[in-house]
Each structure stands twice: as C-alpha cells, then as structure tokens.
Design a protein around this ligand. Structure first.
Ligand SMILES: *Cc1c(COP(=O)(O)O)cnc(C)c1O
Length: 398
C-alpha cells in the first residue's frame, strides 16, 4: 500500500493528492484503472509487486482507501461494494449473540439489516430515540456496539458524539466491557465532520452519496484507527468478498477529489433554502442543522466544520400527504427520486419512499410523518434552485 504523504496539508489538497501518485512507469498524473484479477509471481508465493489477487487488494481500491483515510483523519480505510455491505461487515464482526444499540431514525436499509438479518447470528438491536439520554439505561452485559447516524435520516437530528463516547468510556471503566461506537457519516461527508476525532471507533460511509457525489457508483467505506479492528475487517472482507470493482474505486476516487467544493456549495445553498422554508406560511417545520433554531445548534457549531449544515433538509408541508405529493411532483430541477449527495438536486417523500418499510407508528414516533419532504440540495445555481422550490410551494398551496 502506498503511504499517504499529504498529512501537513489542508482538506482540499489532501482530497486531490492523497492516494494519487504519479504513475512511475508512464508519468500519468491520473492513475490507470487496474483491471487484472491476478498478479504475476517470480517464484511460488513471491509476488513481483505487493499484489496477488484482486479480491484481497487492488491498486485502485488501495489508492481510494488511502484518500478516505487521509480525509477522515484515520490510520486505515476499507472500501466495500456498498454502504450496506459496510454495515453488514461491521455487524458480522461482532461475536454471536451480541446486543447493539442504535439511534432510532437510521437509514432504512440499516434498520432492515439490524432487525431482519443480524438476528440470524443472534445480534439483537435496541433502537433508542436519543442516544445521549437513553444509552446508559439500555446498555447490557452483551452490548458490543452503538450505531449512530448524525445527522439522522430524515429528520436531521444531531447527536453529540463526544458525549456518547464518554458514556461508553464510563461504562467500560465500571464494567470492563468495551462497547464500540460506529458513526454513519454519510450525510455530512468527511469534509464537514470527522467522527473519529470526537472519539468514535469506526466511521462508515455510503460512498454512493457525497464521497462519489455523481450518482453513478454504489460503494461503501469504513475507517478506523484501531489496528485490531482494521485487521478483523480486512480479514472478513476478503473471506466474504464484498469488494468494489477497480472501475468503481477509480470513479469514486475521482469524485472524492472535488468533495470539498461540492459539499461547501451544497451547504451554502441548503442554508438559504432552509431559511426560506422556515419563513414560508405553507411550511410547518424545517429540520436543518444549519438553522439557529435547530435543537442541537450548539453541537453543530462544535462538531461540523464552520458550523455547516450540510446539503440535506427535511420539512413538513401543510396539506398532508397530498401537498407533499404535489410539491415533490412539481419541482423541475429537484428530481423526484431516492438517494442523496449527488451533484443534482433530489426531492422525496420518506414516509412512502425511503422509509416506507418502517411501520407507521414507529416511523411517526421518529418524526417521519406523511407530510414530511426530504430534499437533497445539489450544486446547480443557488438562485435557480430557490426559484424552483418557490414555484413548487405555490403549486402545493393551490
Ligand atoms: C444510502 C445509505 C446507506 C446505504 O448505502 P448503499 O450504498 O446504498 O448500500 C447507509 N447509510 C446511509 C445514511 C445512507 O444514506
């Protein structure tokens, strides 16, 4: 693995130069895509270079991992075939019959994995509404992992990672039981937040979203500073085979090189849209971490770079499910679609789309009502996006 030598630089410089060596054979400034599945050996068990077989390691995957580790301030990163495969790998690394505690409004697929797949090797999940308040009371002798999404999806509640870390440290001091903290950082990307620096053990991403950022790759990544955890994850991934292709690794690495520009732009526009929504008579509630009215605005100020709110907004629209439907069908630049974090703006209704699989009562207890609209702000011109939101609100009001 090539070592990252960009430690002294700022984020944007790291994004462009870490894991991006000039090709020593041709001088190419952009790495070639290395499709070979196998690598020649000079004598049995003596590979010519550092690679043997592409499931175990591949140059494009290595370079992407070096870049992500650099941006997350981590010792190691491990790229996987999807965000969901990343979640699965973390859960599969736990001993049989482990207990995990998860935030309530997590990604729908994560909820599905915790409740309908993890149980096949005895993993039981408890979901709690507020990890800082409810974590201690829910810790058991066999609790091995806490899963946290901040901001949560789709209500964008923000959790103080350092507080959760402290609760787990106190628990370890009292009982001797180490409970790992995994933070799903997909919604913010490493540009806005670095959970490891606040005490998390593992940070995970759906690369599909901001890191790749162009809605053309499904991929995942995790990062950690812990040698033992990393070795276990790498061993398991090689055994299971949940690897991304060289081409996807290359594309995701290309996407990552503009992460700082994209996320900054999306955040700046989202801030303006959130403020307009908050003042609009048709909108009853706006969830956006960048608003001063956000319940955890003080945590945002500490935990997010420059207090940025990110590119995701959700809001409740007056007129119920029907108004939500008219609004999301009336936008012209915001495409009605699931997913988020791409260059193009998207809009959706979580209750019947991304979160449709969660029972209504549970959904609503997490704030996911039928009139909730989720917006992923892209990087089109700010004024065009604002005009589009305004005209769709007018149609929904009529
Ligand atoms: C999309 C997403 C995932 C799952 O990632 P895939 O790449 O779609 O498998 C996990 N967590 C969050 C927060 C997501 O948005």
């Amino acid at each position: 693995m090539t070592v990252d030598s960009t430690e002294q630089y700022g984020f944007g410089t790291k994004a462009i130069h870490s894991g991006a060596p000039i090709d020593p054979h041709t001088g190419a400034v952009i790495e070639p895509i290395s499709l070979s599945t196998t690598f020649a050996q000079s004598e049995p068990s003596k590979p010519l270079g550092i690679y043997e077989y592409s499931r175990s390691a591949n140059p494009n995957r290595d370079n992407f991992e070096i870049a992500v580790a650099s941006l997350e301030g981590a010792k190691y990163a491990l790229a996987l075939s999807s965000g969901s495969a990343t979640t699965a790998l973390v859960i599969q690394s736990l001993p049989i019959n482990s207990h995990i505690i998860s935030g309530g409004d997590v990604y729908g697929g994560t909820h599905r994995y915790f409740t309908q797949v993890g149980n096949t090797h005895g993993v039981e999940a408890t979901f709690v509404g507020n990890l800082v308040q409810d974590l201690k009371a829910n810790l058991r002798d066999n609790t091995r992992l806490v899963w946290l999404e901040t901001p949560s999806n789709p209500t964008l509640s923000v959790t103080d990672i350092a507080k959760v870390t402290q609760i787990l440290k106190d628990h370890e001091a009292e009982t001797g039981n180490r409970v790992l903290l995994a933070v799903d950082n997909t919604f913010l990307s490493p540009y806005i937040s670095n959970p490891l620096s606040h005490g998390a053990d593992i940070v995970v991403h759906s690369v599909t979203k901001y890191i790749n950022g162009h809605s053309d790759v499904v991929m995942g990544v995790l990062a950690t500073n812990d040698d033992e955890l990393h070795n276990r994850f790498r061993f398991l991934q090689n055994a299971i085979g949940s690897i991304p292709s060289p081409f996807d690794s290359w594309l995701a690495h290309r996407g990552l090189k503009t992460l700082h520009l994209r996320v900054r732009q999306a955040s700046q526009t989202a801030q303006k849209i959130a403020e307009i929504l908050a003042a609009h008579p048709l909108v009853s509630k706006v969830n956006y971490p960048g608003l001063k009215s956000h319940p955890n605005h003080d945590v945002v100020a500490r935990q997010h770079r420059d207090g940025l709110g990110g590119g995701m907004i959700s809001f409740r629209i007056n007129g119920g499910a029907n108004a939500a439907s008219v609004f999301t069908s009336s936008t012209k630049l915001f495409t009605l679609a699931e997913s988020l974090g791409g260059i193009e703006s998207l809009v959706e209704v979580p209750a019947i789309m991304t979160h449709g699989g969660i029972p209504k009562a549970e959904r609503e207890s997490n704030g996911v009502y039928d009139d909730l609209v989720r917006v992923s702000v892209g990087i089109e011109e700010t004024d065009d996006l604002i005009a589009d939101i305004k005209q769709a609100l007018e149609k929904a009001a009529a």
